[in-house]
Design a protein around this ligand. Structure first.
Ligand code: PLP
Length: 378
C-alpha cells in the first residue's frame, strides 16, 4: 500500500529531537522554530514528559470512558489552576478540529440555535463544521457546505454589531482565534474580543475562543484571549496540550450544563493522553513558561523589528510572523537549506515562528543571524 499523497514533503527524515533541536537520519542538527505546527510546547523529549508517559505505559495505556480515569480530574484541576479557569468544566477529545466540532455542537445544543459566525482568514480544522467555519474554500468539500456558517471580516466590530442587530436571536455562537495562525499571524484587537463578549451576552450566544494554536501559553498568557481581559464561554485546545501526544479538549463555562450522552469519544482523555498532558502542565508551571514565553517573545520581536528589510513584524509571545521582503520570497527555504532552521509559513508570503515555549535566547540569536546573512545575499 502506498501513502495517500496529500502532504508536500521536504526531503528530510527526522529521527530524534531534544529541546528546540531535531536531528535527521544523517546526524544533521536543525533548530526547530516551528514546533511541528505549534505543537511542541515544552521542547522535544522533555525528560519529565518522557518519564510520565513511560510510567503510565507500564501501568495501563487505555481503557474506555465507561470507567473512572483519575488522570482526567488531575488534568482538569491543573488546567483550571494554571489557566485561571477553576470553575470551568473540561471535556477531552483528540485533536483541534474535534475540539472545535464539539464546541460548536455544544453551543447549538445549549442555545437551540443554528447560526455560527466565523471570520475572514480563520482556520478551525478539517472536519465537517470546523472546515465549514474555515475561510479556505479549496478545503471545503461539497458535503461540508452549509448555510449555518456566516463569515464576517476579522477585527471589524461594526460588521459584527450590524449582523447581531439583524440576526441576534438566531446566533448560536461566534468562533474566533485570538491570534489567527494559518491565516498569517493576525492578532484580534482587544476591542474586537470585548465586542464579541458583549454581543454574545446581549443575545444569549456562545463565545468560542479557538485556542488550538494561540493557546496553552504561546502568547505569553495561557489563552491569547486573556490579553483582552475577557472570558470566553468555551475555549478549544489541542496542539501544545500534549506536546505531540494527540489530545484536545474544551474548557466550558459553568453556565453551560452537561447531559449524559451529549458529547462523547472513544479515545478522548485516555490514561496515556492524560499522562502526557499532565506532564506538559507540570513543566509549564515548574519552569514558569508563560512568563518565559512573554519575555523571550518580546526579545525575538525586538530583534526582528531591528532588521530593516522585514516589515509588519507581528504577533504576541512566541507566536510571531513577518512579511517576506521583495527578492527574498524563498527565505524560508534558504533558512532550511543553508542554516538548518525550520520555520513555518502562511500563504502567500509570511514566515510564522512557533518555537517551543522554553526556547533560549542563544537559539533566537541563531535565527536572527541566519536571517541577516540571507538578507544581504541577492
Ligand atoms: C486555530 C486552529 N484551530 C484548529 C486547528 C485544527 O487542529 P487539528 O489539526 O489538530 O485538527 C488548527 C490546526 O492548525 C488551528 O491552527
Amino acid at each position: 500500500m502506498k501513502l495517500f499523497d496529500v502532504y508536500p514533503l521536504n526531503d528530510i527524515t527526522i529521527l530524534k529531537g531534544q529541546g528546540s533541536y531535531i536531528w535527521d537520519n544523517n546526524g544533521n542538527r536543525y533548530l526547530d522554530m516551528y514546533g511541528g505546527h505549534a505543537v511542541i510546547s515544552i521542547g522535544h523529549t522533555h525528560p519529565h514528559y518522557v518519564q510520565r508517559i513511560t510510567e503510565q505505559l507500564h501501568n495501563i495505556g487505555f481503557y474506555s470512558n465507561s470507567i473512572k480515569i483519575p488522570g482526567q480530574q488531575i488534568l482538569a484541576d491543573l488546567l483550571g489552576k494554571i489557566a485561571g479557569k477553576e470553575d470551568y468544566q473540561l471535556f477531552l477529545c483528540n485533536s483541534g478540529a474535534e475540539a472545535n466540532e464539539n464546541a460548536m455542537k455544544l453551543a447549538s445544543f445549549h442555545t437551540g440555535r443554528k447560526k455560527i459566525i466565523a471570520f475572514s482568514k480563520s482556520f478551525h480544522g478539517r472536519t465537517s463544521l470546523a472546515v465549514a467555519a474555515t475561510d479556505t474554500p479549496s478545503i471545503v468539500a461539497p458535503v461540508n457546505q452549509t448555510d449555518n456558517i456566516h463569515f464576517l471580516p476579522f477585527n471589524d466590530t461594526d460588521a459584527l454589531e450590524a449582523f447581531f442587530a439583524e440576526h441576534g436571536k438566531e446566533i448560536a455562537a461566534v468562533i474566533t482565534e485570538g491570534i489567527q495562525g494559518v491565516g498569517g499571524i493576525n492578532v484580534a484587537t482587544d476591542q474586537f474580543l470585548r465586542t464579541i463578549r458583549t454581543l454574545c451576552d446581549e443575545h444569549g450566544s456562545v463565545y468560542i475562543a479557538d485556542s488550538v494554536q494561540c493557546g496553552y501559553g504561546r502568547s505569553g498568557k495561557f489563552f491569547s484571549h486573556d490579553h483582552a481581559y475577557v472570558n470566553a464561554d468555551i475555549y478549544t485546545m489541542a496542539k501544545g496540550m500534549g506536546n505531540g501526544f494527540p489530545i484536545g479538549g474544551i474548557a466550558i463555562a459553568p453556565h453551560i450544563k452537561p447531559k449524559h450522552g451529549m458529547l462523547g469519544t472513544t479515545f478522548g482523555g485516555n490514561h496515556l493522553a492524560c499522562a502526557a498532558a499532565i506532564a506538559v502542565l507540570e513543566v509549564i508551571e515548574n519552569e514558569k513558561l508563560l512568563s518565559h514565553a512573554a519575555a523571550i517573545g518580546s526579545y525575538l520581536m525586538a530583534e526582528l523589528n531591528a532588521i530593516p528589510e522585514l516589515s509588519n513584524v507581528r504577533g504576541r509571545g512566541l507566536m510571531t510572523g513577518f512579511d517576506l521582503p521583495e527578492g527574498h520570497k524563498d527565505l524560508r527555504k534558504r533558512l532550511l537549506a543553508n542554516h538548518r532552521i525550520f520555520t513555518g509559513e502562511a500563504k502567500p508570503d509570511v514566515i510564522r515562528l512557533l518555537p517551543a515555549l522554553n526556547i533560549q535566547q542563544v537559539d533566537v540569536d541563531l535565527l536572527i543571524k541566519a536571517i541577516k546573512t540571507e538578507l544581504v545575499k541577492n
